[in-house]
Design a protein around this ligand. Structure first.
Ligand SMILES: [Zn+2]
Length: 129
């Protein structure tokens, strides 16, 4: 597969849709068994990993199965991760910053699977740097 293909994400999403049904893309929670949910999440993670490695030129960025246009991210992006202080963030990090207020690495380390805690304001080191 050509990794520079701008339709790469779309194709991956379609592959998931074919495998799990369109509902998986639209709403993983709806009519969804725990087992399937786990498989789906695993697949999404794998896709995200591949995107992380290959997606620098595609039109959209996939976060948790949500496609976000890169155009949304072409604002003056001069931010650093408030959690780990990482700067020079890539486009995927910026998506995570937009969504979770931390970079992708911090998301995986602190947020993933514990979104509720995060949304309630929990931060590593009690917010100290
Ligand atoms: Zn970070």
């Amino acid at each position: 597969m050509n990794k520079k293909d701008p339709n790469y994400v779309v194709k991956l999403e379609k592959a998931i849709a074919d495998k799990y049904g369109k509902e998986a893309i639209q709403n993983p929670k709806a009519d969804w068994s725990d087992n399937k949910e786990k498989q789906y999440q695993k697949e999404v993670k794998e896709i995200n990993r591949r995107l992380y490695q290959s997606d620098q030129s595609s039109e959209k960025v996939n976060v948790d199965g949500v496609l976000i246009s890169k155009k949304l991210l072409t604002r003056e992006a001069n931010c650093t991760c408030p959690i780990c202080g990482k700067y020079n963030l890539n486009s995927r990090d910026e998506v995570f910053i937009l969504k979770w207020l931390c970079c992708e690495k911090c998301y995986i380390q602190y947020v993933e699977g514990r979104e509720d805690r995060w949304k309630k304001g929990w931060r590593p080191n009690n917010g100290k740097c």
